[in-house]
Design a protein around this ligand. Structure first.
Ligand SMILES: *Cc1c(COP(=O)(O)O)cnc(C)c1O
Length: 460
């Protein structure tokens, strides 16, 4: 094993030093993948030195998500304290279903859930669990909502037209989950948004009333804390009143920006979070742990047990349910995603988490101010969002993003809202500094200047 750790260290050192000069890896085009790297598997193994060489090559040619040139998705950076936790989780190889095999790691997970609930303002009746990503925590929420609406469904199956409401700007896992849970994709209603990408609450109310008049069963509203493109936050308190009147579940999908929970300055963006029935957030997004680290908490833990527990005498042989996490999990065997979040939180404290969140909004301000003060840019996004959406010199966003990728300059993606398509710069890497953001614009501008032929006729 020690030999393996040495090999690991060698490869990591090579990667880290290469990242300093090449924050974007050299592009391996998909059409060239199998000729550039020998990924083939065969009857016989290969000699150790050849194996090591190949492995290092594979690592060096993989897109770099931790550098100051990665702005492509809703994660980034490499938080050392969290990485340490995740490496140890691999070595320990716990499975989180029982206390018998996970021992103190159960406590690690429980403490994270308890503290999350406490910060929301929930009592000891609340609880939660981890799942393999935000799509899956959203799925768990939908299943709990379905079962809370009608306890018979888990035995009999869905017998009636149940309706789920979510905004047009919400995540694509909602219709997928409606299909998985037997509710059906056609029974998801997409509520229109206002100019800032927030759900229009009076439209929601009208849609629910209309569905009831048609004999359908409105069952759940999915709200979003940080929509995937614009980073908008849906209103919670007004929606709670509507859902109380109709006996409906509210899930708050905070996969992207639910972690504002940890910031005194930005927590107001999820005002009313304590009123929802379930809330999920991805610590691998704003908090910056390695992927994946996705948490769901429910105001009343009864719903977790009602929807996910199953007796299994071959599995649950010791200890109380509180310590056998399999009783509230979607999975059976489950990797330890908690330790990396715990190592980070323990070492920097809740105040440290707050600084991580606030930094991202500061960096977004830097980007927005730069865009606003430069007439070559058009800004599409608003304050208090870490998705900064813009266009440069009228160049189509997808053209510029693809060219930057193909020339190994920057990884950044594009998105759209209503009729506009734009570049979406995500300032989620809290390790970045102001200079890294300014450098992003510098790189973009020099690239366009040097490759103006690529962007004609727009630039003529
Ligand atoms: C990222 C995201 C998800 C999905 O999370 P995964 O961990 O990628 O499955 C769900 N909802 C929102 C709003 C997201 O931004």
């Amino acid at each position: 094993m020690l030999n393996t750790i040495e090999k690991f260290e060698k490869i990591v050192r090579a990667l880290l030093s290469d990242e300093l000069t090449n924050p974007v890896s050299e592009l391996v085009a998909s059409k060239d993948l199998y000729t550039t790297l020998d990924l083939s598997l065969s009857e016989n193994g290969i000699p150790d030195d050849e194996f090591e060489h190949l492995l290092k090559d594979l690592v060096l040619k993989t897109p770099r998500t931790a550098t100051n040139a990665f702005f492509n998705q809703l994660f980034g950076g490499r938080n050392e304290k969290a990485v340490l936790g995740d490496l140890l989780a691999v070595i320990l190889n716990s499975s989180m279903y029982t206390y018998k095999v996970a021992g103190p790691q159960v406590g690690v997970e429980k403490i994270l859930l308890r503290e999350t609930c406490k910060i929301i303002g929930w009592d000891s009746n609340s609880d939660g669990t981890f799942a393999s990503g935000g799509s899956m925590t959203n799925y768990m929420a939908m299943v709990m909502a379905r079962d809370a609406f009608d306890q018979a469904i888990k035995f009999e199956g869905v017998q009636r037209k149940m309706i789920v409401y979510t905004s047009k700007e919400s995540h694509y896992s909602i219709p997928k989950n409606a299909a998985f849970s037997g509710i059906g994709r056609n029974n998801v209603r997409y509520v229109p948004c206002d100019d800032f990408g927030k759900m229009n609450v009076s439209e929601l109310s009208k849609m629910i009333v209309e569905d009831k008049q048609n004999g359908f069963a409105p069952m759940m509203v999915n709200l979003t804390a940080g929509t995937t493109v614009m980073g908008a936050f849906d209103e919670i308190t007004e929606v709670r009143k509507i859902c109380d009147a109709h006996r409906m579940w509210i899930h708050l999908d905070g996969a992207y920006c639910g972690s504002v929970l940890f910031s005194k300055t930005y927590k107001h963006l999820i005002d009313g979070v304590e009123l929802v029935d379930s809330f999920s957030y991805n610590a691998h997004k704003m908090i910056g742990t390695p992927v994946t680290c996705s948490i769901i908490v429910a105001r009343n833990k009864k719903h977790l047990h009602d929807s996910f527990s199953n007796e299994a005498s071959y599995l649950y042989q010791t200890d109380h349910d509180e310590f056998n996490l399999g009783k509230t999990s979607l999975q059976c065997g489950r990797r330890n995603d908690a330790l990396k979040f715990w190592t980070l939180w323990k070492s920097v404290g809740t105040n440290g988490l707050e600084r991580i969140i606030d930094r991202q909004f500061d960096l977004a301000d830097v980007a927005r101010n730069y865009i606003k003060s430069n007439s070559d840019y058009v800004l599409y996004s608003f304050e208090e969002s870490i998705s900064v959406c813009f266009n440069y010199k009228g160049i189509p966003a997808r053209k510029i993003c693809t060219a930057l990728y193909e020339h190994s300059q920057l990884l950044v993606s594009y998105g759209s809202f209503r009729q506009d398509e734009f570049i979406r710069l995500v300032t989620i890497n809290a390790q970045n500094k102001k200079e890294d953001i300014l450098n992003f614009f510098q790189t973009l501008e020099s690239f366009v200047e040097e490759h103006s032929a690529l962007f004609s006729p727009v630039l003529q």
